[in-house]
Design a protein around this ligand. Structure first.
Ligand SMILES: O=P(O)(O)OC[C@H]1O[C@H](OP(=O)(O)OP(=O)(O)O)[C@H](O)[C@@H]1O
Ligand SMILES: O=c1cc[nH]c(=O)[nH]1
Ligand SMILES: [Mg+2]
Length: 207
């Protein structure tokens, strides 16, 4: 499985803001949006483009646009904080939604929302979720997508745990990962270490 870690001083600075326990919700959401910009930028680096002629005020030249804009799929709640920024970068993208809450005891995802196009064959899909911990939520989401025909899926995460990456690899699902960091491990409660805590709670408050 292709795992791309965006290694850049600006990405490290935003991630440090998100990790810092003193960072409040508003600042956390801003850093999440800014880091989303960097991860989407990297995730689209090799995207196919269509070339078409344009006219500047001075001359004719080549213009470019994405040949196959991805479907954006934020995983609620925490992925919602990445959705607007990703959409600003790829305004022509369609957006679907998946809602999952991890059971704190079993660590298994409980689904509560699925709003996706019926047929995803031939479409590329970007799944937006800041946290890849056990990988259960991401594997569940990607299975929904492949069940609808998707074969080109990118998981865009702020942080990934080695355990979650291994689970994705073992699943054999057609996915690549773009992340700002592969952290050390999961703790006994299934939280990423050093991590940043509960991403959804830090964005929106605990429920
Ligand atoms: O890899 P996993 O072990 O499945 O954990 C990762 C999931 O946990 C978080 O969501 P959470 O269940 O806390 O829901 P929330 O976004 O509503 O807070 C996170 O946003 C992922 O979806
Ligand atoms: O560390 C973690 C693990 C799962 N979900 C989170 O929000 N944080
Ligand atoms: Mg949460």
């Amino acid at each position: 499985m292709d795992t791309r870690v965006v290694d850049h001083p600006l990405a490290a600075a935003r991630l440090s803001t998100m990790r810092d326990a003193r960072t409040g919700s508003a600042e956390f959401r801003s850093a999440l949006q800014e880091l989303t910009l960097m991860l989407i930028y990297e995730a689209t680096r090799d995207a196919e483009v269509v070339t078409e002629p344009i006219h500047t005020p001075v001359a004719r030249t080549d213009g470019y646009r994405l040949a196959n804009p991805p479907l954006l799929v934020p995983v609620l709640r925490a992925g919602l904080g990445m959705a607007d920024q990703a959409h600003r970068l790829i305004p022509e993208a369609q957006m679907g939604f998946v809602g999952l809450a991890r059971d704190e005891e079993t660590l298994l995802p409980t689904p509560y929302l699925e709003s996706l196009p019926e047929d995803l064959s031939g479409r590329s899909v970007f799944v937006l979720d800041p946290m890849l911990a056990t990988g259960g939520s991401m594997v569940y989401t990607i299975s929904l997508l492949t069940g609808r025909g998707a074969r080109d899926v990118t998981a865009i995460c702020m942080l990934a745990a080695p355990e979650g990456l291994q689970k994705m690899e073992d699943s054999g699902l057609p996915v690549r990962v773009v992340t700002a960091s592969v952290d050390e491990r999961l703790n006994e409660s299934g939280f990423i270490v050093p991590g940043l805590g509960d991403a959804g709670d830090r964005e929106y408050g605990s429920v």
